[in-house]
Ligand binder design. Structure first.
Ligand SMILES: Cc1cc2nc3c(=O)[nH]c(=O)nc-3n(C[C@H](O)[C@H](O)[C@H](O)COP(=O)(O)O)c2cc1C
Length: 157
């Protein structure tokens, strides 16, 4: 049996991508702890499709905050997948990562609203990283990846 985690991200200057890489490393590091094979598919937000989402067993959305809301590319992702996912992906476990300079709260709120409208099931509260990217933040993303993998394996989500 194999489970797929889809990670959809936007990153202009690389910080969000570094968080994504840590999360993926966390998922991969859990391979010794889990019975199922867990594969990851990482997609730029501008390239993600509703088929990608429908094929996923869990979804991670990683976005910077731009101008007080989710990055434009993340919004494009939602516009692209909206109709093709509606009523077809209910209950999908999902996790949000937000990277912001000074705030990020509105981005978290905005993305959570859309995910709720799709009927997705939030895994853990958003990982909100504000300011400089620290080792602690990268470790949090890594641990979140591990927890996601183990929870998927044990059908805890
Ligand atoms: C065009 C633009 C708009 C931004 N607007 C906000 C904002 O409204 N609130 C905030 O906290 N940070 C804002 N930032 C800061 C980014 O969220 C932050 O630099 C983030 O780490 C960028 O992620 P990235 O390195 O993955 O591109 C903005 C950055 C850019 C480039």
């Amino acid at each position: 049996m194999s489970l797929q985690v889809l990670i959809v991200y936007q990153s202009r200057s690389g910080a969000t991508l570094q968080l994504v890489e840590s999360l993926v490393a966390g998922i991969e590091s859990a391979s010794d702890l889990v019975d199922v094979e867990i594969t990851t598919v990482t997609r730029s937000a501008l390239l993600g499709t509703s088929k990608d989402v429908r094929s996923a067993d869990a979804l991670v959305i990683a976005t910077p905050e731009h101008f007080g809301s989710m990055a434009g590319a993340t919004k494009v992702f939602f516009e692209e997948i909206w109709a093709g996912c509606l009523d077809q992906t209910q209950g999908l476990p999902w996790q949000l990562l937000v990277k912001a300079g000074t705030d990020g709260a509105q981005t978290a709120e905005g993305v959570q609203k859309l995910a709720k409208a799709q009927g997705w099931k939030q895994f853990r509260p958003p990982l909100l990283v504000v300011g400089d990217l620290t080792e602690t933040a990268l470790s949090s993303a890594f641990e979140l990846g591990q927890l996601l993998a183990v929870s998927l394996d044990n059908e805890l989500i």
